[in-house]
Design a protein around this ligand. Structure first.
Ligand code: HEC
Length: 144
């Protein structure tokens, strides 16, 4: 009796592991879920500067990051902000943001990074639709 029970358990475990493996194959090979965002070389440089200088610790992109400073997802395309506004913040800093001594090329790279981030979508995303299966459909800029 004990033996058939443990055999039964092993079958269940094998079935669950197989389902898990198949699920992973489907998730990671499905083109529908892939997000092929390729940063340009300049934007990649900007991303490196962003990471090395801990911009994350105070700022968010798509709502994720630190909360001392504002979200920067759409700072580039904001009609009242944009490139020169971003550079001005980097040049001078403010009370709660350090002044960074970046070269012009480094500032350009950061702007390129924020510009490409901006081109992917909106935050906050007011057009998000939560589907019954839990999938969230959001509005992307390049689909418009
Ligand atoms: C120690 C925290 C901190 C770090 C680190 C930091 N910032 Fe900031 N940043 C702030 C705060 C706080 C503000 C808001 C200041 C204000 O509006 O008075 C701000 C504002 C900004 C703004 C203007 C945003 C807007 O919408 O008005 C930009 C652009 C910006 N930061 C970029 C950066 C970048 C790029 C980095 C990394 C190189 C960085 N910050 C690192 C705290 C920080």
């Amino acid at each position: 009796m004990q033996q058939t029970k443990s055999k039964y358990n092993i079958i269940i475990i094998v079935v669950l592991i197989s389902i898990f493996c198949m699920y992973n194959v489907v998730i990671y090979t499905s083109k529908e879920c892939a997000a092929p965002i390729k940063l340009t070389t300049k934007a990649l440089e900007g991303q490196k500067i962003w990471q090395n200088n801990n911009c994350w610790s105070c700022h968010q992109i798509y709502g994720l990051g630190g909360y001392l400073g504002p979200d920067l997802t759409n700072v580039f395309s904001n009609p009242n902000k944009g490139e020169n506004y971003i550079k001005a913040f980097l040049n001078s800093g403010v009370k709660s943001m350090p002044k960074f001594n970046f070269s012009e090329a480094e500032k350009e790279a950061l702007v390129a990074f924020l510009q490409q981030i901006d081109s992917t979508g909106y935050y906050p995303n007011k057009e998000a639709i939560i589907k019954p299966n839990g999938w969230v459909e959001i509005l992307y800029k390049d689909e418009k």
